[in-house]
Every structure is written in C-alpha cells, then in structure tokens.
Write a protein that binds this ligand. Structure first.
Ligand code: COS
Length: 382
C-alpha cells in the first residue's frame, strides 16, 4: 500500500533533511577516506533506511515501490556511496528472501536485515558469468542434509560487511544455462567462505565490491531459497525490482546535478554577465531538465504499475536504461557548465561524473536492458 500523503511528506522531508544536513557536508571526506563513518551508518539504521522495503511485520517500513522510489530519489541527492551502504538490504540482497523465502527463513533473517544488524549481499556475477548471468559455474552439490558450495563470485557489493549472502549456484551440472541454477541463503560465518580485499574503483568511493570464494562451504538444505532449479528466476525477479530502484537513484543524482548547475550558472560571470543568461548554457539546462522529468515520470509510473501487481520486467529495464543513460548526459553537461571548475576536485562535479558511470553497467548493462526490452516487446506483440 502506498503511504498516505501526510506520512509520505514526513518521510521524504526527514530523508531530505538527513541528506542535506548529515550526508552532503561529508561527501568529500567519505570519498577521500573511501569509507562511510560508522556513526552515519548507525544514523541510517535509526532512520529505518536498511529496512525500507522489508515488510512491516518483520520490522521494516514496508514501503510500496512508489514510496521506495521517492526515497531513493531523495538519497540520490547525496553521493551514491551513501545509498550503497544500505542499498543491498533494500534491494538485491533482501528481495529474494522477501519474495521467495519460507516463513521460517523470513522470521530468521528479515528482522535483522530491517534493522541493519544483518548486512546482505547478492552473489550472482562470476568471472565467466557477467551479462551472461545464466552461465553460473559455482557448484552446489547435495550431500546429506547440506549443499556443498564451491566456486567464486566477482564484484559483489557490500560483501566486506555482509553477514548474509543470496548466492546463485549450479545444482544440476548436466543442465546448462538457467535451468540448473538454484538460490541459497548463505551466512558469512560458514567455514570455507572468504571475501577478498575491496577493488579499487573509478568512483563511488566509500562503497565497496569484493570477490567472494566458496571452498567446500556446507549450507543446510533449509537455506535453499525457492525451489531447486528456480534460482535464476529468483535472481531475475530480484533484478526487476533492483533496476527500478537504481533508476530512481539516477533521477535523484540528475536532479542534484541540475540544481548545482543552475546555482553555479547564476553566480559565475563571464563577458560581464552570469553565464545563466547565455542561451547555450540555457539549452544544456533545458535538455537536462526535460530528460530528467521524462525519467522521473517513467520510473514512478513503472513503480505504481509494479505496486498494482503488473509484470514490469520491460518497464523496469526501460527505466534503468533511460535513467542511467540520462544521468550520464546530465553529469557530462554539468561538467561543461562548470567549465574548468567542473574538472577540479574541490567542486565535487567531477566526482559525481565518475560516480554515475557505473549506473550504466551494474544490475544489467544498458545493452542487456535493450535486449530485455526488445524481447519483452516482441513477446507482447508491440
Ligand atoms: N522474471 C521471471 N523469469 C525470468 C525473467 C524475469 N525477469 N527473466 C528471465 N526469466 C526466466 C525465463 O522465462 C526463462 O525461463 P523458462 O526457461 O522457464 O522459459 C529463464 O528465466 C531463462 O531466461 P532467458 O532464456 O531469458 O535467459 P538468457 O540466458 O537468455 O538471458 C538475460 C537472460 C541476458 C536477460 C540475463 O542473463 C540478464 O539479465 N543478464 C544481466 C545480469 C545482470 O543484471 N547482472 C548484474 C548482476 S547483479 S549487480
């Protein structure tokens, strides 16, 4: 159920205040330290951000997709590294469990995920299974009342802090592709599970990705998530929602970049006048604003349709494709409007320019979104 208007306004106002007063002032420091301070993580827990999408009966806020999208847009106005700290709990790290978990699994894990005590990660990608995510090689072999996991996962967000992984592994080696893959809930403390050092990245410093290695990890059979052989579909449905969440964040970052560009253009004088008075600057602002409004409308419409129970695989991919490409263009124009200052670290625009680049890649590249959109459109006959 969507929130009533008063509650929604209160929630959005609270998040906006947190973003403005607590997150924006420390963005540069977080990037320099490559870490979000523990005190800020604790405040995020207190605000319920780790549990935005966890049902209320398990201690979360149980937001509708539309409300979650609105919150994600607000959070997009601060460095995306902050959102990433709890993004896996709200999205890909928890939603398999929310959608496909047994009652016992939900009771065991969801309250801790909602409070932020448990940090989650989604382990699908492997060295040879990126865009071709059905080519999972990690093996899960049944041995009595355990599955034994062997293999490795790559670029796993929040793996360093995670205490619970949703892992896609191949239970049937004779079946190639999606059919032989199953999903598992894998606690971090099981013997044989190790996490590498974080990768050095182009942007979003403070958010970390790691390799995760499984060497004879014994996972109890009751930790199978969904039916055996259904793990790929679990992953795809989790990603349908995740893509919509990422698209919402892209809209938020674009809105912030436009606001920053407008403020700078009003203040910066050249040829004796603020550059905002020049039509070529105005054209960039107009293009960015129009595209951002279009993305916002697409994302919110898709969220409302998902809340109404419709299949939005196509629309979620279209939202992710359009919003992530849009924010790339908006960031590029922001650098251009800021000119030399856009290239200098102190102004923070170059940081956001680097930060947004990953939106076109993770949770499915733009090319994969186009593939999904085309397939679904042809399936629907138009
Ligand atoms: N919801 C439910 N089921 C889905 C689905 C969805 N969104 N997408 C696919 N499936 C089902 C299909 O219906 C099919 O089931 P049947 O065999 O019973 O018909 C099965 O899953 C296999 O799907 P498909 O044949 O489409 O798989 P492909 O290997 O051709 O490719 C793509 C699927 C390329 C779309 C998928 O691998 C993908 O999304 N890749 C990108 C992965 C990604 O986003 N990685 C980021 C990692 S997380 S940061």
């Amino acid at each position: 159920m969507p929130l009533d208007l008063d509650t929604r306004t209160q929630l959005i106002d609270g998040v906006r205040r947190f973003v403005t007063e607590r997150l924006r002032p420390i963005e540069a420091q977080v990037a320099a330290d490559d870490a979000v301070p523990d005190a800020v993580l604790e405040e995020m827990k207190g605000l319920g951000l780790f549990g935005l999408s966890i049902p209320e009966e398990y201690g979360g806020l149980g937001l509708s997709m539309e409300d979650e999208a609105l919150v994600a847009m607000e959070l997009g106005r601060a460095s995306p590294a902050f959102r990433s700290a709890f993004g896996t709990n709200v999205g890909i790290g928890s939603q398999g469990l929310v959608m496909f978990g047994t009652e016992a699994q939900k009771e065991k894990y969801l309250p801790g995920i909602a409070s932020g005590e448990i940090v989650t990660s989604f382990a699908l990608t492997e060295p040879e299974a990126g865009s071709d995510s059905a080519n999972v090689q990690t093996r899960a072999r049944l041995d009595g009342d355990h599955y034994v996991l062997d293999g490795s996962k790559r670029y796993i967000t929040n793996a360093g802090r995670a205490s619970l992984f949703t892992v896609m592994a191949r239970t049937d080696p004779d079946r190639k592709g999606a059919a032989g893959v199953s999903a598992f809930l894998v606690p971090r403390d099981l013997a044989g599970l190790s996490v590498s050092k974080p990768e050095k990245k182009m942007g979003q410093q403070g958010a970390h990705i790691h390799d995760v290695v499984f060497e004879g990890v014994r996972v109890p059979v009751e930790n199978l998530l969904g039916a055996e052989g259904e793990g790929f579909k679990v992953a795809m449905q989790v990603l349908d929602k995740g893509r919509l969440h990422i698209a919402s964040v892209c809209v938020g970052v674009a809105e912030r970049l436009i606001a920053d560009s407008v403020a700078y253009a009003a203040e910066r004088k050249q040829f004796g006048a603020p550059i905002a008075s020049f039509q070529m600057i105005q054209a960039m602002i107009a293009d960015s604003k129009t595209e951002c409004l279009a993305a916002r409308a697409l994302v919110l419409e898709t969220a409302r349709r998902r809340d109404a129970g419709e299949n939005v695989t196509l629309e979620a991919s279209a939202s992710k494709l359009y919003a992530s490409e849009m924010v790339g263009r908006v960031a590029d124009r922001a650098v251009q409007i800021f000119g030399g200052a856009g290239y200098v670290a102190d102004y923070g625009i170059e940081r956001l320019y680097r930060d947004v680049r990953i939106f076109r890649i993770y949770e499915g590249s733009s090319e994969i979104q186009k593939l999904v959109i085309a397939r679904e459109t042809m399936k629907r006959g138009g």
